[in-house]
Design a protein around this ligand. Structure first.
Ligand SMILES: [Zn+2]
Length: 375
């Protein structure tokens, strides 16, 4: 079945919501209730959506809620981060059925990381007795640079072996299903919009800091990509003109100041020890000072982002903000201090909905939304 553009819009809208009535869909898309009734009937017949409970909406009669059919598709998500690669299998409702992970370091010396990644995907599915034929689409999020036209992974700045990999064509051939590839910060923004707190927010930014920095910029409900598909390279903006050389080739990048390995390095330079988290949790002054300096650097960078894009919310994620909370406090304080006061009056600084699973939820959300649009 080939869906028309209005049917795709309806399907996308239902995928974004926690159940929607026909009346609400008609209002949102500015279409008549009659046409919505016809189109939702064909989507029901195709098994793409299901009817749920009748829910009262004020004084009118009860409305039947429509949902994605959870059994229609099965998605495989792959989240390639700076430190960990995560895999997850999910229903069409994006409920995770199985998940697994491996370390990026395990692939560092492999001459063909794409081949090893595919073997890992096969192994992941095989341990749950899932055949590749059961997968309807694969979503891959990667914290790197992607050629949008040719769907090639051009580079992961922190992982030198991952260059010019034709991930989409080789994985789609091997798994015999569509494969969708997107930058990891952007997939996190897609997950936040589809299933998270940004469900009703059109201007927001997701930032994830761990072994690298990833960012997704959603403007007027659309992901910002840029002419070379590199928009959102927050980790590689210059934060210290006298800073050290970054793996991207530039000097003084934000990633060289605030990522977990950099905080550990900074603390080691001062104390000779690499146990910054443990030291912080024992109120070690030098550990706290390192966190304050890093939080200020991130806060300055994000205050510039606030002035440029005027988002409603920035979702700041990463385990180290939980382990060393002053990092987050200093980041937030600096954003408010440095951002333009007219831009920060209603600015909301929040944590991402899915925590450490934001990346893998993003890869799954990418698979789902792209697969709907391809119907
Ligand atoms: Zn850099």
């Amino acid at each position: 079945m080939k869906l028309n553009s209005s049917e795709k819009q309806i399907l996308e809208l239902i995928s974004l919501g926690q159940g929607l009535s026909r009346k609400k869909i008609a209002e949102t898309l500015h279409l008549t209730q009659g046409s919505i009734t016809n189109m939702t009937r064909s989507l029901l017949e195709e098994g793409l959506i299901i009817e749920g409970n009748r829910i009262s909406s004020g004084l009118g009669r009860k409305e039947v809620m429509l949902y994605s059919n959870p059994n229609k598709f099965t998605f495989l998500g792959v989240d390639i981060g700076g430190h960990v690669i995560r895999f997850a299998l999910a229903t069409n409702s994006l409920e995770i059925i199985h998940e697994g992970e491996c370390l990026m370091a395990d692939l560092a010396t492999e001459p063909d990381p794409a081949e090893v990644l595919m073997q890992m995907m096969h192994t992941f599915l095989a341990q749950w007795n899932i055949s590749p034929a059961q997968i309807d689409a694969i979503g891959i999020g990667v914290t790197g640079i992607i050629d949008a036209t040719q769907q090639i992974l051009l580079s992961i700045p922190n992982s030198p072996g991952w260059e010019h990999l034709e991930l989409v064509s080789i994985i789609s051939q091997r798994f015999n299903c569509p494969v969708y590839l997107e930058e990891g910060g952007r997939t996190m923004a897609i997950a936040e919009q589809m299933l998270g707190k940004a469900n009703a927010i059109s201007d927001f930014i997701t930032v994830q800091v761990g072994f690298g920095i990833a960012a997704g910029i959603m403007i007027n409900g659309k992901l910002l990509k840029g002419v070379n598909n590199t928009a959102g390279l927050l980790g590689h903006i210059t934060a210290d003109p006298n800073g050290t050389r970054c793996l991207c080739g530039n000097y003084g990048c934000l990633e060289n100041i605030i990522t977990f390995p950099m905080l550990r390095n900074d603390y080691r330079k001062i104390t000779g020890k690499s146990t910054i988290v443990e030291a912080y949790q024992q109120n070690d002054k030098q550990a706290i000072d390192v966190c304050v300096a890093a939080g200020q650097a991130l806060g300055i960078a994000l205050s510039n982002v606030v002035n440029l894009f005027n988002p409603q919310t920035i979702y700041i994620g990463g385990a180290m903000f939980d382990q060393m909370p002053i990092l987050l406090e200093e980041t937030k304080r600096t954003i408010i201090l440095r951002g333009n006061r007219f831009s920060t009056t209603s600015l909301n600084l929040d944590r991402p909905t899915f925590g450490l699973k934001q990346g893998i939820m993003g890869a799954l959300a990418l698979a789902k939304i792209s697969h709907i649009m391809a119907q």
